[in-house]
Design a protein around this ligand. Sequence first.
Ligand SMILES: *Cc1c(COP(=O)(O)O)cnc(C)c1O
Length: 353
Amino acid sequence: MATLIDLSSDTATRPSPEMRAFMAQAPVGDEQKQEDPSVNALQERVAGLLGKEAALYLPSATMANEIAVKVHTRPGDEVILDRTAHIVNAEAGGPALLSGVMLFTVQGTRGVFTPQQVEEGIRRDDPHQPRTRLVSVEQTSNLGGGTVWPLEQLRAVAEAAHRHDLRTHLDGARLMNAVAASGVPAHEQARGYDSVTFCLTKGLGCPVGALVAGDREFMKDARRYKHLFGGAMRQAGIIAAAGLYALDHNVDRLAQDHTNAKILARGLAEIPGIRIQVEHVETNLVFFDVAGTRLSAAEVASRLAARGVRVGATGRSLMRAVTHLDVSQADIERAVAIAQEVLGKARAGAAGE
Ligand SMILES: *Cc1c(COP(=O)(O)O)cnc(C)c1O
């Protein structure tokens, strides 16, 4: 039996022998004392990439988002963000527990919302109401389907927020996928955002790590909360080096993941009962609905897993497949063939199901 084709997430990547060798050689020091040369180099590099004054190395992008929310808000404040946002759905209620804030969710289009929606969501200056303080966007939108925010819309949302004295956060866990898909440099996309989360463990293929970037004022508080949340480390250069390696070797290839995602989407679209909008596959995330197969997502996942293809069941009938640097185009073609074998393929002239 062939090896597993793991499409469950782009976090499934394992560090390559070359990345491991680079990590093993990394110069290190005490990160908590800001004396680790590899961490310092990565922070400078990412700050430059994002066009921010500084960046802070962290164990995870979840911590990056939670630190940003904490720095920008006071307890009782409200944050405007899309209902699909990772901060809303996948951070264990962190904003409530760690920052004591309310989340005002808007319904965007596949995770992308408008400046009008921001303005409609802002509370009146009224002692009965919470104080709106922060707007957060996600590039690319994960649960929105890997959607890329167009640059004008990112800018317009940030401008609307700042017009009303709100702070802005960009959850750029997959920002480099948006760069690969749009050709718009990261610093252009990050402009207008007071803080930016940057994840190393998704498409960039590192075993651990993320950064949060912002201006020096933001960074003073961010560093304090990093420590308070237990994120300050010691000889972290050994893991930060993976980030330096990834920025040199794993960025340009992201376009291949996007090509693979489209091949996968087109192949899945040929299976009767699978509903998928191929044109909505903009990056490396492929969402599809299997209701029409009369099988549950969990059942489809287990049938595919039995054939060596791992795909995520994200709802009763909704599934997510993710392309990344550990799956080749040949793997994707094989995954499509297996899915078509397991679930059936529409033959020419066959009517519907
Ligand atoms: C994965 C992800 C995160 C969190 O990343 P971790 O490093 O796993 O904590 C945050 N935001 C988005 C949009 C993500 O997809």
